[in-house]
Design a protein around this ligand. Sequence first.
Ligand code: ADP
Ligand code: MG
Ligand code: MG
Length: 537
Amino acid sequence: TDLVGLDNLVTNTAYLKAQHVDRNELRKLRLSLTLPKPKKSSALLRAGEKTYESLCEQQPIGRKLFKQFLLASEPQYMAAAEFLEELNAWSFAEDETRAKKIILTKFYQLESRNFLTCLPQEDAERFKDLSDKTFNEVIMGQIKEATRNFLKGKPFSEYLESPFFYRFLQWKEYEKQKISNRYFYEFRILGKGGFGEVCAVQVKQTGQMYACKKLDKRCLKKKGGERLALLEKQILEKVNSLFIVNLAYAYNSKNHLCLVMDLMNGGDLSFHIYQLGERGLPMERVVYYTAQITTGILHLHSMDIVYRDMKPENVLLDGKGQCRLSDLGLAVELPKGKMICQKVSAGTTGYMAPELLRQEYYRMSVDWWALGCSIYEMVAARLPFKDFREKVQNEEVTRRTLEDECKFEHKRFNAPTKDVIRCFLKRKVGHRLGCRGGDPRNHEFFKSINFHRLEAGLVEPPWVPKSNVVYAKDMYEFRDDSEVLDIELDAKDEKFFKEFSTGAVPIQWQKEIINTGVFDEVNNANLNERDSDTVND
Ligand code: ADP
Ligand code: MG
Ligand code: MG
């Protein structure tokens, strides 16, 4: 077993070392990177990507290039761009009054006044005589809207004809490159799922670390999991939230379908509740994680998606100590008005809502119930209707869920925590927090949280994982399942694998390119050198 231990140490060391990659070393390797020539500009953009919102606001590279265009253009455009930036900074500022003064001063500087003249007459009039006193959130929103409307007009159409947009199309062409195993280095296993393992991987070119969920093609076919895998992928690529594990690439290798997602190297919450130190988490952490989870759930619900698998085990921490919802395998999209009801209930024993157990029709309510159970578990290291490791029949847990009162025996429960749990554990859907109207974020339990800053990732985590610890089971604890050999893959399967393998997910991929410095490196080359940098088409 010494050898096994050594093996474990070696794989862990390689994995930890990769996370502290030397960017200069990588830069040397990249010297030869040149962007391809865009093929046909209009065909390059998928439907829905051609709007101002998508091109200049949502896609990170588009946003950068549009800003560069504005800064290189007329003073008016420059002022508009800088002004929008200031407005954003102001809305996240901790000290609002000070930030307000700064922005007002800027606003009345010469160039900015100049910019005011390009707003429609009535807007310009309205904003002309602002002072400390009249400057508030509402006015701010109006100025922002007016500025955006201005940018959407002439500046936007000029941008589409500029070298900056040509550069954007080059990046889009590059974004469509084919992804295979060769694109990544592979590191240790982090966990195991129903259809295969999850490994840490690193993009060779950028050094970006990710987690890769590898679904065994034959195993999927044997267990009939193909449709579910595609659904999980489609939901993952739709979400873009700081509090949900985002998808960066979907591709297929010889034997696997691969989902490449944010690497969450801080372990899952149930590991933190039960395995580390004293059982249960300090209140400060409970509140912080619950706030992030709530934001993640609200994001899913805003897209008509029910998560259906809310439990601490599915909440993963990243290296900074922020958490995200993962494993969207049970999630479903329910367009407005559509309800769902299933004979076999979806979820995990102990977290399932009464309406689900009674096999009634339901929508988003089940997630709030499960959140109530999860908060309880973070505090007390047991579930409201099931003790830790209690050997008990599912029928009994169902009975307790439908009939028993929720007791709060643990000393750590304080009044707001008890109240928020009681509100989430209302058996009548119409009375439950999150379902009865009103925003759960306004509950007293969250009074220490500034959600606006939290949503921008600006609130420091109360606990940070150690950078030299691997928060996963040791390598040899992952059983090596024998391969599925008695299944043949046919043309129909291949067609499905192709449909699954859409490559890079635009927003996440663009973030990677920017955050790893590749964007700046390549863009420092002169934008006007249209022909000299179109080598490999
Ligand atoms: P399944 O849907 O088959 O249960 P999961 O998505 O839950 O698969 O992944 C299996 C395990 O892999 C998880 O329990 C977790 O330990 C690990 N894992 C999953 N996603 C990540 C991630 N993004 N980062 C780190 N580990 C992960
Ligand atoms: Mg799982
Ligand atoms: Mg799953």
